[in-house]
Design a protein around this ligand. Sequence first.
Ligand SMILES: Cc1cc2nc3c(=O)[nH]c(=O)nc-3n(C[C@H](O)[C@H](O)[C@H](O)COP(=O)(O)O)c2cc1C
Length: 449
Amino acid sequence: MLNLMTGLLGLGGHLGGWRHRDAWSDQVMNLDHAIELAQTAERGKFDLLFLADGNAVRQMDKPALFAANSPSDRPAVFEPITLLTAVSQHTSCIGLLATATTTYDEPYSLARRFASLDHLSKGRACWNIVTTSYPEDSLNFSRTEHVAKDVRYDRAREFVSVAKGLWDSWAEDAFVQNKATGQFLDPTRVRVLDHAGRHFQVKGPLNVARMPQGYPVLFMAGQSEDGRELAAQHADCVFAVTNTKAAGQAFYADLKGRLGRYGRSPDSLRILPGAAVYVGRSAAEADELFEELQALIAPSLGVPYLSKLVEMNLSGYPLDGPLPDLSSETLGIAAFRKTIAEMAVRDNLTIRQTYERVLPSMGHVTFTGTAKDVADQMEDWYTSKAADGFNVTMPVLPRCLNDFVSLVIPELQRRGLFRTEYQGRTLRERMGLPTPQNPYFTTHGRAAN
Ligand SMILES: Cc1cc2nc3c(=O)[nH]c(=O)nc-3n(C[C@H](O)[C@H](O)[C@H](O)COP(=O)(O)O)c2cc1C
């Protein structure tokens, strides 16, 4: 069965999406839109709603891009856990995936917020573990430069194990609340963490009871060697950037091949590449939407946006000439630079052709056509072991989510590729992911050391 997730930011996934006639016109800090999207996605039986995030207003040094508001820069958005907590009160089954950084947060406060979200949503919390892609976030956290990538991953490894230790603070039955005896909690059913490591000293325990899912569903997005290894050890799902089926298959085989080292089965980790979907009642309708959006992007916007994705200023290079060499390391998301550079060389693209190719999907794969065409492509990736599902980007909102739910979802259901009803009590159960048992407490045992 496919796993499907989609973004909750009302701007739409295409850089020109917010300007389209079918887009909402009041998109800033709009809770009503988020609730409407969440309810539509839940009607379509999606697994998850996703919020990417950062901790800075970006691109202020690139006036054209800054003023045009790209969906991946998010100059004014709700903090994800806060928004998803509000959305949880208007939905009942869909998962709630919030991005939060291990580089500029603390394990205790973050573990507490996710445990709270899991309780408040009745077992639907999900954490996208990132190490922060945008270097200037560091300037808002009392630093003068971004933390180096190897240190970020070292901190992330320790951060995640501290968070798990904190989530294991309490046995499920610790709060006996016995009015007759006056015993509120059982002191033998709690564990002090006493963590002292390279990056963190955390005593614990967490001041939130054991959450319904044990741990939130854990997502990761990094694709470097360190990123893949951290995912193989801890992640339930990985958000991939693979814009060809062959690249998807290679990444899938590599990551699943690492799980055995951590005693995990291949099915315990789901790989969900990003996919932009342009669907229509006819292929012509899908093409028309695609072209309408492309026409909204002038070179004065396309070039700075591509520059941002590949982390190199391309404005001094001829628009109709090739991209410069992009083989050096970046501080941010290497996967975007790598996949875009490979595509441009492989298909002999100019800078203009590259941004025209990249913008519809923001570096991910694009599926276009009728519901049958889109379902064919999704099924092909799924059966070829290039994906367990997709993070579906909707170019224009709310139109494209509505169309996806009314056109593509029934086609996937008809093929037996997607659920027709939610089943299970928590997100983990609905996704078929294992629920972590607390290693320190048996059902009626004492705290182990
Ligand atoms: C698909 C994808 C999505 C990401 N989303 C975010 C995000 O929302 N916020 C953020 O700060 N970092 C994000 N990151 C950055 C990663 O957490 C990581 O810092 C970066 O990719 C560098 O690690 P890597 O070389 O292992 O990919 C994302 C990375 C990828 C590949």
